[in-house]
Design a protein around this ligand. Structure first.
Ligand SMILES: C[S@@+](CC[C@H](N)C(=O)[O-])C[C@H]1O[C@@H](n2cnc3c(N)ncnc32)[C@H](O)[C@@H]1O
Length: 211
């Protein structure tokens, strides 16, 4: 994925972000070897950001849209108390088989429950409130995920959304997904119920919380 900030700054930030530890490093390496779409994995910077947010919010109930090989879910689980619970949604049995393999090897893996199936359907079946919701799945559905996430969010909760700068393509959207993300960013920017900001971490992470 092309960096949205100068490469050497990205590298410096990466080198000055705490290492994720041997199990997470092995998960990242396994994902790179076994999944051709490994670029979808969030990785250390976003993982550490999610951990910091979950910890600061003292989140006990977390919802994740887009599990892939389980990297972000396991990072969040590590920052949650023993009674903490994460529900994570995905449609890909191959990627989530890797996720299950690594969650089973972690003392924090039992906090994570995978719901295999279209995320919007799963979200409709869930009851909130969730203290933290991380949206990181198919970009075309971001507006729908956001609508439902707002219904499921705790009054003092927070939503984080990955890839909102989409390698910079939101500036001049061409493809369907470019346009979907640009439109999503506008929807949130014009939603007077919330405060939002975009952090230029990796591919852009938007944080959203109720006013
Ligand atoms: C960017 S990856 C998630 C990365 C993950 N959060 C991480 O940190 O490694 C996006 C995931 O969304 C999943 N996905 C795509 N469409 C979906 C849908 N309709 N419902 C649920 N998951 C979906 C894909 O299978 C993929 O695993």
């Amino acid at each position: 994925m092309p960096s949205i900030i100068p490469e050497e700054i990205e590298r410096y930030a990466h080198d000055h972000t705490s290492d994720s530890g041997p199990l997470m490093n092995e998960l990242a390496e396994t994902t790179r070897k076994r999944m051709p779409s490994h670029g979808m994995m969030s990785g250390k910077a976003v993982g550490r950001l999610l951990q910091g947010l979950v910890r600061a919010l003292q989140a006990r109930n977390v919802l994740e849209i887009g599990s892939f090989t389980g990297y972000s879910a396991l990072m969040m689980a590590q920052a949650m108390p023993d009674e903490g619970r994460i529900i994570t949604c995905d449609v890909d049995p191959e990627a989530t088989a890797i996720a299950r393999e690594f969650w089973a090897r972690s003392p924090h893996g039992s906090k994570i429950e995978l719901k295999l199936g279209p995320a919007l359907q799963t979200m409709k079946s869930l009851e909130g409130p969730f203290d933290f919701i991380f949206i990181d799945a198919d970009k075309e559905s971001y507006p729908d995920y956001y609508t439902r996430a707002m219904e499921l969010l705790a009054p003092n909760g927070m939503i984080a959304v990955d890839n909102v700068l989409w390698s910079g393509r939101v500036l001049s959207p061409v493809s369907h997904s470019d346009k979907a993300i640009a439109e999503f960013n506008n929807i949130v920017q014009n939603d007077h119920r919330v405060v939002n900001l975009i952090l230029p971490v990796r591919d852009g992470v938007m944080l959203i919380w109720p006013r």
